[in-house]
Design a protein around this ligand. Structure first.
Ligand code: ATP
Length: 279
């Protein structure tokens, strides 16, 4: 069955490997103990039917990346649901949209349903709620999560879970909730390694620069507070310095960018400080 991209549901084709992701060790370890057949045969072992995981953390820390890598590792189709659009009222009725999304995931089960930025759909709700559409959909979703008969693994990703209903977060709803924090020094070393290895292919561009422990630690030391997406940007901008001057890249190119770059975490901290000072 071919699933075309719709406004709310997108079939994501991924060949990402777990090794393409630096850090996120707890989550990787948890996943490595599980595989595709866990989805189908957990109950034979007297285990509860797999439900899914909720992954939360700052933007750009690899939540989308790992969702794609799970699908590639388990060789299961991945459907990304844009939950914000379900409620936007632009594409059909919200309840019908949600029902179709779930049905599609079940039709191709075993499968993975990735609900990206789940807070955009379910912020501030509860299932008994006000009887409004959003509360009803949330209630149906919880029931489906609890009782689904087809092996559909749900990955919910969120930048901020503080506004999510506690019913969604309580024990037993997801198999596990993972918090992805800003990468540590060691994790930044890994992330730099991933992106430098991915991009430095041409010996003329690489020149004398080496992806060795010394250089990786040097760069990691200059990037405290950077998320993975920002580290990738440092690598790209560093390479651009070399490209602009038509020469091979050097450690100084990357160091220069690290020193110029203000990561979002710092900007946010400054904003909060600014508001505090003002108040
Ligand atoms: P958002 O909440 O904004 O969607 P996210 O947490 O889902 O962010 P990703 O989309 O997974 O972040 O990351 C954006 C890009 O940053 C990735 O495509 C990847 O190139 C890089 N990146 C982020 N985290 C990592 C990581 N841990 N290892 C390697 N690359 C990373």
């Amino acid at each position: 069955q071919i699933i075309k991209k719709t406004e709310i549901l997108e079939f994501v084709n991924s060949h990402l490997n777990m090794d393409d992701i630096g850090g996120l060790e707890n989550l990787k370890r948890w996943l490595r103990k599980r595989n595709k057949s866990w989805l189908e045969s957990a109950q034979k072992y007297g285990l509860p039917a797999p439900k899914g995981v909720l992954i939360t953390g700052v933007p750009g820390c690899g939540k989308s990346l790992i969702s794609k890598a799970i699908s590639a590792m388990w060789q299961l189709p991945l459907l990304r649901l844009d939950i914000g659009k379900i409620f936007s009222g632009i594409v059909g009725s919200s309840e019908e949209n949600m029902r179709k999304a779930v049905q599609t995931a079940e039709a191709i089960a075993p499968s993975i349903l990735w609900i990206d930025e789940i807070e955009k759909g379910f912020s501030g709700l509860n299932s008994s709620g006000d009887g409004g559409t959003a509360s009803r959909i949330f209630g149906h979703f919880l029931t489906w999560m609890q009782e689904k008969e087809k092996p559909v693994f749900v990955i919910a990703t969120a930048n901020n879970i503080s506004s999510l209903p506690t019913e969604l977060l309580r024990k037993g709803r997801f198999d596990e909730i993972f918090f992805v924090d800003l990468p540590t020094h060691r994790e930044r070393v890994e992330i730099f390694k991933v992106h430098l290895q991915k991009r430095l292919k041409d010996p003329n561009v690489t020149g004398d620069f080496q992806i060795n422990d010394n250089n990786l630690h040097q760069l990691a030391g200059l990037t405290e507070g950077f998320v993975g997406a920002e580290i990738e940007q440092v690598v790209i901008n560093g390479l651009f310095e070399a490209f602009y001057e038509e020469r091979s890249v050097t450690l100084s190119d990357f160091e220069k960018i690290c020193k110029q770059f203000i990561p979002l975490s710092v900007t946010q901290a400054e904003q909060i400080k600014g508001i505090r000072d003002w108040a």
